[in-house]
Design a protein around this ligand. Structure first.
Ligand code: HEC
Length: 148
């Protein structure tokens, strides 16, 4: 049964997952996001250590304005080299940040479990208008309310 939700999980869950499956993932993702929230703001929170993850889906790496002066050269170079944060790219990055962007300064060991990465990215995607434009408006309700 579990495989039903997990197939193609690096992207397909967000794009095509049934609403019930997404809701379940979001609850887990919110809990998992606490590991990221030490450094990253999202929604109404902001943190000085890392760039805000609001609207990170579809954003070029190293371009969050209020973090501009704090990015590593490696992260800025990755963005200049064409790295745009899709669900899949974020998943690769948080699997092993130093492998994906050598020399970047995110001090995070990595989330090795694919289902955990999918859950946490599903949570993050709620705060990205690029991702919220997908069908299934229920998930989009929260961030839309926040931006009104
Ligand atoms: C110890 C602090 C810390 C933790 C924990 C952390 N990050 Fe980061 N993250 C950073 C920093 C600092 C950067 C900027 C890296 C650079 O400039 O080299 C970053 C960059 C990123 C970026 C690229 C953003 C951009 O604007 O280019 C993403 C995506 C990201 N982190 C996601 C996550 C996720 C998801 C988690 C949790 C699974 C997480 N991070 C945990 C500190 C952290």
């Amino acid at each position: 049964m579990k495989s039903f939700i997990r197939i193609g999980v690096t992207g397909a869950v967000l794009m095509a997952g049934p609403a019930a499956a997404i809701a379940q993932d979001l609850a887990k993702g919110e809990t998992l996001f606490r590991r990221c929230a030490v450094c990253h703001g999202i929604g109404d929170t902001s943190k000085p250590v890392g760039p805000s993850l609001n609207n990170v889906i579809g954003r070029t790496a190293g371009t969050e304005e209020s973090f501009a002066s704090k990015y590593s050269k490696a992260m800025i170079a990755a963005g200049e080299g064409g790295l745009v944060w899709t669900v899949e790219e974020i998943s690769e990055y948080i699997t092993d940040p130093r492998k994906k962007v050598p020399g970047n300064k995110m001090a995070f060991p990595g989330l090795k479990k694919e289902d955990e990465r999918a859950d946490v990215i599903a949570y993050i995607a709620q705060f990205s208008t690029a991702a919220a434009a997908e069908p299934g408006e229920e998930e989009a309700a929260e961030p839309a309310a926040a931006s009104q």
